[in-house]
Ligand binder design. Structure first.
Ligand SMILES: [Fe+2]
Length: 279
């Protein structure tokens, strides 16, 4: 898919800040968080430097900061180009400092980053990679979560283990329901298929799946997700839900008496073998 640019709907406009979505590569999303009054922007997980530079120029914005959630090239590929163009510092996970091109500052649990009047908290959300982090901006109710949580899905365990990922998901689940989750890939369709295959008789889930698929059919991204929706419907946030554990036991995915981290691991493994190549 060629990189294209479009505005997200007005519900993403909060305070005087704007968050825009830039689709990139095959199914990545890069995010531009901007303060139009100051004419400044932060980019999160830039895949394609020239694409971001063009978007900034179009909006008359200057790049103040580059944020990376983890070291994978589809999240960091634009770092060096943008750094050369704008001189912007790159902030990324401390644990992956050696793997991130152009990194200026490594951050970890409880560190704070600032952009304009916003204070962003660094959440350790390991599992997809060993040092993966998410950026939480409570003032605008936004979480930039990289490859941890997707609509009805979660990231693949590439470097970390299921216990780490389950801990990361609980951390995110503890945020307020009205938090908007800016996930770095479009994976709604495949996650819908898997979630429905597991929890076939869940009428509420079927309704949620239909909404997501209609959104995609209309050419709209499935992000940002509302965390409250994910808490209710995302199977990977529900391994400690008694009703859902019964469903998983009946489906032969996980024994009902296994501990939640183990249930999560078995569910994640079932997704890995579901016959799709995505995250
Ligand atoms: Fe990744």
């Amino acid at each position: 898919m060629n990189p294209t640019f479009f505005d997200v709907n007005e519900s993403s406009r909060t305070m005087s800040f704007t968050i825009e979505i830039l689709p990139a590569l095959s199914n990545n999303y890069t995010f531009l968080l901007s303060d139009p009054d100051l004419g400044l922007a932060t980019v999160i997980d830039p895949s394609d430097g020239p694409q971001v530079a063009t978007a900034l120029k179009k909006r008359d914005l200057y790049l103040a900061l580059i944020l990376n959630t983890h070291h994978h090239p589809d999240h960091t590929g634009g770092n060096e180009f943008l750094q050369q163009e704008f001189g912007a510092p790159v902030i990324g996970p401390l644990e992956e400092k050696n793997l991130i091109p152009g990194i200026s500052r490594g951050v970890t649990r409880n560190d704070i980053i600032t952009f304009s009047t916003l204070r962003g908290q660094v959440l350790p959300t390991h599992g997809h990679t060993d040092g993966h982090i998410s950026f939480y901006f409570p003032q605008i109710k936004a979480l930039f979560s990289g490859d941890v949580l997707f609509p009805l899905g979660c990231g693949r365990l590439i470097e970390g283990n299921s216990a780490q990922m389950w801990e990361s998901l609980i951390l995110i689940r503890n945020l307020p329901d009205d938090t908007l989750i800016y996930a770095s890939h479009e994976l709604a369709e495949e996650n819908v298929s898997f979630a429905l295959s597991v929890d076939k008789k869940n009428f509420e889930l079927q309704k949620r799946a239909a909404t997501l698929l209609a959104q995609r059919k209309a050419g709209k991204p499935s992000v940002p997700m509302i965390l409250g929706d994910e808490k209710r419907f995302n199977p990977f946030l529900r391994p400690d839900n008694a009703d859902f554990r019964k469903v998983l036991a009946t489906a032969g995915i996980a024994p009902e008496d296994a501990d939640p981290a183990a249930v999560f691991g078995l569910l994640r493994s079932a997704k890995d073998h579901f016959g799709q190549n995505g995250l």
